[in-house]
Design a protein around this ligand. Structure first.
Ligand code: BES
Ligand code: MN
Ligand code: ZN
Length: 486
């Protein structure tokens, strides 16, 4: 979606949209439209869209009104984003190719206006690359939005939001591409391409290097795959030289068959998005670098394919992690924690982070607990948890805090090694988090976000179509903006 700011939009565009606060008078509109909106019970409620036609200076215009809710509500600017997204949802495949968005006298701040544009753009993202026979009337048509009457400061605010949109779109692409296209090496290549010219530093470790470092847990997961495992680190140094970095760690299992503990066939195709944590980290790094965030941030991604094969690890195998702790692999399908434990340890050794946040599609149990509304958050630090929670509320990438504790931790003691990679069926998301906590150094604020329910949507949401949501990018970007950049 192209977004242009202009004082005088092209005259020949039929579709004209406005954003309306709840209860606001519809000033300057044709009386038939005002009555039509009232008859349709359009009140400016969030997400409402009213459409009418009016004759303006001799030409028939298609007029759309999108509700943004109450101006003073705590949900601003998120509600403005929903208004923008509702417009895209209605007109993306409508046949209209351009829209004039008139924001004059809409009662929006610059941040509100930029949020409308973010919603417009995010809701318009699609991945139609493989649909070669898409019917003409199902193809997106709306490509251009001419914004007029935007409040002062909107263009600068949009520059920042556009960087975030770019990050979200990159994540969605990585998550959507199937596992024959996105595997560890091609994930790295996609990042190298996307980050070219942004000024980030990129480090890639292959299996030989990881072997030398003793990453037996991560490497064990990739053993059954023909694809080489990778560890990818993307560094953005936008902060003061002596500021300790914030580190994000992502689970990047590019396909999870379960390994020898093979998953059942129905739904296995979903496991192409088992790299959603790494995808979110990559997208957040792209957003931060693109908007030149004043912060030192490093994204670390453990990239592995979990396949069954003659070389695959077996249930009962014992692996030695980079930290020296040994793990009894009881279930090769509990692979995410094995990837993350070495990535977490390496990140701490390498960077001495001020704080670590990991994101992972770690457990099906998380979806049973929270469904698709909240990501589960586990943290060893109340301040960090509160900061992440706030970033989630502001951006709509919501989190719900879950417990940790020594009684849960005992459940993963192994009789033959230091730890086992699965506990009992109960509290499966919590024991997975306990596993990770054993690899976090005392004193390092850490949060683990289990985003299994958030990466992929079976129906359209407020700023995404069904499919990849891009969850996590805005959360991390906002966290950096509010906490690290201050
Ligand atoms: N990637 C899965 C978790 C998952 C399942 C994410 C469904 C999204 C949707 C993870 O690797 C896994 O298989 N976890 C197991 C753990 C179990 C073996 C302890 C699970 O949740 O069943
Ligand atoms: Mn698994
Ligand atoms: Zn997995």
């Amino acid at each position: 979606m192209q977004i242009h700011f202009t004082a005088t939009p092209p005259a020949d565009i039929r579709l004209h949209a406005r954003v309306v606060n709840q209860g606001a008078a519809l000033a300057g509109l044709d009386n038939a439209l005002v009555e039509g909106a009232a008859a349709a019970r359009f009140s400016g409620r969030v997400g409402q869209v009213f459409e009418g036609f009016a004759s303006v200076e001799g030409a028939v215009k298609r007029i759309a009104l999108a509700g943004a809710g109450e101006p003073g509500a705590g949900e601003r600017p998120l509600n403005c984003e929903r208004a923008g997204a509702a417009l895209t949802a209605k007109y993306l495949v409508s046949g209209e190719t351009a829209m004039v968005l008139d924001l004059s006298d809409a009662g929006l701040s610059a941040d509100d206006a930029a949020a409308v544009l973010l919603g417009l753009r995010l809701r318009g993202w699609r991945h139609d690359k493989y649909r070669t026979r898409l019917a003409a009337d199902k193809k997106p048509t709306l490509t251009t939005v001419h914004v007029t009457g935007a409040p002062e400061g909107t263009e600068a605010a949009w520059e920042r939001e556009a960087a975030i949109a770019k990050g979200v779109e990159f994540t969605r692409t990585l998550v959507t591409e199937p596992a024959n296209v996105i595997y560890p090496a091609s994930f790295v290549a996609a990042c190298e391409e996307a980050f070219a010219g942004t000024g980030v530093g990129i480090t890639v470790l292959g299996e030989e290097e990881m072997e030398k470092l003793g990453m037996g847990a991560l490497l064990g997961v990739g053993r059954g795959s023909e694809r080489e495992s990778k560890l990818l680190a993307i560094r953005w140094n936008g902060g003061a030289a002596d500021d300790k970095p914030t580190v994000f760690v992502g689970k990047g299992v590019t396909f999870d068959t379960g390994g020898i503990s093979l998953k059942p066939p129905p739904g296995m195709e979903d496991m192409k998005w088992d790299m959603g944590g790494a995808g979110a980290v990559a997208g957040a790094m792209l957003a931060l670098a693109s908007r030149k965030a004043k912060a030192n941030v490093i994204g670390v991604m453990g990239l592995v394919e979990n396949m069954p094969d003659g070389k695959a690890q077996r249930p009962g195998d014992i692996v030695t992690t980079m930290s020296g702790q040994t793990v009894e692999v009881l279930n090769t399908d509990a692979e995410g924690r094995l990837v993350l434990c070495d990535a977490l340890h390496w990140a701490q050794e390498q960077y001495e982070p001020a704080r670590i946040v990991d994101l992972a599609t770690l457990t099906g149990a998380m979806i049973i607990s929270l469904g698709n509304e909240y990501g589960g958050m586990f943290a060893n630090d109340d301040t960090l948890a509160a900061q992440l929670d706030a970033a989630g509320k502001t951006t709509g990438d919501k989190l719900w805090r879950m417990p940790l504790g020594s009684n849960y931790d005992k459940l993963i003691d192994s009789p033959v090694a230091d730890i086992k990679n699965v506990g009992p069926r109960e509290a499966g998301s919590i024991t997975a988090a306990q596993f990770l906590q054993r690899f976090v150094k005392n004193g390092t604020p850490w949060a683990h976000l289990d985003i299994a329910g958030m990466v992929w949507a079976s129906k359209p949401g407020h700023s995404w179509d069904k499919g990849a949501t891009g969850y996590g990018v805005r959360l991390l970007d906002r966290f950096v903006r509010d906490v690290v950049e201050g």
